[in-house]
Structure formats: structure tokens, C-alpha cells
Design a protein around this ligand. Structure first.
Ligand code: ZN
Length: 310
């Protein structure tokens, strides 16, 4: 595998207290109950999180790899990446990495959603891996959630990479959504109001709600060249709490074809996939832990991009 191109985009890291104030003031417009504070990161190796490292902290940075331009209108199945490549590309060979991507189609055999969750050992191998993939069951159209221990993926990925250490994180608790925007989008709107490039890596729990999530079925052999065709191809489901979501938010795209919001979920009840929206806003209850990233590494940016399927 040849080395992918890497562009490092520096970001602005404001003091945590400033971010807490902005989010507290902003999210009140979207949720009846909101509480934002700086806390010690809970031990994320424990249930319900089951992550590969105890915390989100230490040299936090985002990796935005490939993108929808490799999937649409037709998939470029030769676009495959190893976890090692990403860890080394962001300068953290021993990285803890969590986030949303496409499963390794050359290993799974079909297209799938990836929930990446790994701690690398610094020598090209992994210390701990608890990644999941979700795919469509061809027999009944249902969701199949599986763990996967092959440290590879295809097409795209949006990952928080850090040392995986305990430390201070921003905790956001939100319930009873009254605004139009979902939790992730409203977070992004208020961090965007800061007028600076502002990336955050996140772990999010959906404690009490049903959400819509989507799965990409196996690759289409016909070009998906309109949003209507993409929507007809995607499969939408309702999923039950408790869900563990891993992903990232970026205030805006300064011209690198960045994915500004991307979360995938897994659970211990067989459901998982790409977070789309919550279904029951009155009952919704989110708890998120966020860390501010110092930079974004744009890895293998597609030459041809698309706004479809985002
Ligand atoms: Zn996704």
C-alpha cells in the first residue's frame, strides 16, 4: 500500500471554559434541559462505553480520510487504508482512535459501516481493538452488527486520534429537544459562531431515545448520481437506546472537503450504524464527552468530490 497524501490543517484551541459558556448559552435554544461543564473523563474502558483506552485526552487531533468522493457515483473499491497508516499519518504511532468510517469491503465482502475503536501499540500493531461493523442482512434486510479485529477500512473515515489518556473533557448533557437541529448539528452551529476552525472529537451516549440510523447496503452497480438515487439506495432504521456513538464535529470546512459531522453508533443489543436523527425529541437524552483537537489531518483527499450522501 502506498502512502496516502497528508495535509495538516492547524486549528484554534480556545480555553475549555470559553467553550463551556458558548455551548451552555447556545444549546439552551435547542433543548429544555442543558448542562455543560468540564469534568474528568470517565473510564471509557468500562460499560457501556467499552472503548479501547480509558480517556479521550493527550495530543487530540482529527483524521479526515478519503470521503464520499470515493463512494459516489460508483465505489472505488481499491481505496483501502490500514489503521497503522492513519496513526502514523497523524504522528501518533501509538494512537487511540475512535470514529466513523466504511468497513473494509475487501475483508467483509460487502459494503458496511465501521465504528472504529482501537489502541495502537506504537510498533504497527494493536494493543486493544473493539471495532464494530454494521451491514444489511441480505436475507431479511435487517441490521447485522459484528466486531471486527482486522485493522483496516475502505473509502473514508472520520476519527479522533489521541493518546487515550484520562484528563479533562467537556461533558454535555441535553434532554427534551425543542429546536429543529439534532444534537450534533446544534453543537456545530454554536462552535461555528466562534469564527475559527474548531474541531472536536467525541464520544456520545444516547441514553434514552429512539433514533433513525442508516446503513449503506452493498455497493450499487448503477451510478448513484443524484440525492434521490442515494436516498433510495440507503436503508433507514429505528434504533433503541443505549447507543454508544463515536465520531467528530468540525465548525466548518475551510476548503479541504472536510466532513463536518460524522457519527456511527454501536450497542450491546445488536444495533449499529450511521447516526441520522433522533425520532422522539421530547424523550431524547444525550450525554456527550468532547475533547478539543489541535489540528485536522486531511488524508487522501479525493480529487473529485460530491455533496451527495453526506
Ligand atoms: Zn457514516
Amino acid at each position: 500500500m502506498s502512502s496516502p497524501t497528508v495535509n495538516k490543517i492547524p486549528a484554534h484551541v480556545p480555553p475549555l471554559d470559553e467553550v463551556v459558556k458558548v455551548l451552555n448559552d447556545g444549546l439552551k435554544k435547542n433543548f429544555t434541559n442543558i448542562s455543560v461543564s468540564v469534568v474528568d473523563c470517565p473510564d471509557l474502558t468500562q460499560k457501556p462505553f467499552t472503548l479501547a483506552a480509558p480517556g479521550l485526552c493527550g495530543n487530540a487531533r482529527l483524521a479526515d480520510v478519503g470521503g464520499p468522493g470515493f463512494l459516489l457515483p460508483l465505489p472505488q473499491k481499491d481505496k483501502k487504508f490500514t489503521y497503522r497508516q492513519i496513526a502514523e499519518s497523524v504522528g501518533l504511532p501509538g494512537a487511540f482512535m475512535i470514529g466513523a468510517g466504511a468497513g473494509p469491503c475487501h475483508i467483509v465482502g460487502v459494503n458496511s459501516e465501521l465504528m472504529k475503536n482501537v489502541k495502537m501499540d506504537g510498533k504497527g500493531g494493536v494493543t486493544k481493538i473493539n471495532s464494530h461493523i454494521a451491514k444489511v442482512n441480505p436475507k431479511d434486510g435487517g441490521c447485522v452488527l459484528e466486531t471486527i479485529d482486522k485493522p483496516e477500512f475502505s473509502l473514508m473515515g472520520n476519527f479522533l486520534c489521541s493518546d487515550g489518556q484520562p484528563g479533562k473533557v467537556i461533558e454535555v448533557k441535553a434532554s427534551n429537544r425543542t429546536g429543529e437541529e439534532n444534537f450534533m448539528s446544534s453543537m456545530r452551529i454554536y462552535i461555528f459562531s466562534q469564527n475559527c476552525l474548531f474541531p472536536m472529537g467525541s464520544l456520545l451516549l444516547l441514553l434514552y431515545t429512539n433514533i433513525y440510523y442508516l446503513l449503506q447496503p452493498d455497493f450499487s452497480d448503477k451510478p448513484l448520481d443524484s440525492q434521490e438515487k442515494v436516498n433510495n439506495w440507503l436503508k433507514f432504521y429505528e434504533m433503541d437506546a443505549i447507543l454508544v456513538c463515536v465520531g467528530e464535529l468540525v465548525s466548518h470546512d475551510p476548503g479541504y472537503d472536510l466532513r463536518v459531522e460524522h457519527f456511527h453508533c454501536f450497542s450491546d443489543h445488536g444495533q449499529g450504524g450511521h447516526y441520522h436523527f433522533d425520532v422522539t425529541p421530547k424523550d431524547v437524552e444525550y450525554r456527550g464527552y468532547f475533547v478539543l483537537a489541535e489540528s485536522i489531518y486531511r488524508i487522501d483527499q479525493p480529487v473529485q468530490t460530491t455533496q451527495l450522501g453526506r
